[in-house]
Design a protein around this ligand. Sequence first.
Ligand code: CO
Length: 132
Amino acid sequence: MLTEIDHVAIAVRDLEAAVAYYRETYGVEVEHREVVERDGVEEVLMPVADSYVQLLSPIRDDSPVAKFLEKRGEGIHHVGYRVDSCAAVLEEVKRRGHQVIDESPRPGSRGTTVAFVHPKTAFGTLIELVEE
Ligand code: CO
């Protein structure tokens, strides 16, 4: 059901410094940048082959990423997997009794449709299902 890794998301405090680190050290460029109001984050996508490194920084103190940084510090926040149907995979996750964060698919960045699966029943990893 997972067709590819779409992105590895990394929570950072200083977005510009993190972008500069990836650009200058590894030569990856910014392909997309977006403020996602409902999630309270600004994100930058830097392509690596067919996937992305996604740098995430909070724009508000009450954003989940701000809370993550407070509790856990900077680091890997979630893994985004590409799927053909976000709704179908989400239903399967729920059917098997695993916890989800989004009960139904919702709009993500870049015009994608996404849903988050809770880390509690996913061996500690926040999983994002991404449908292009
Ligand atoms: Co993501």
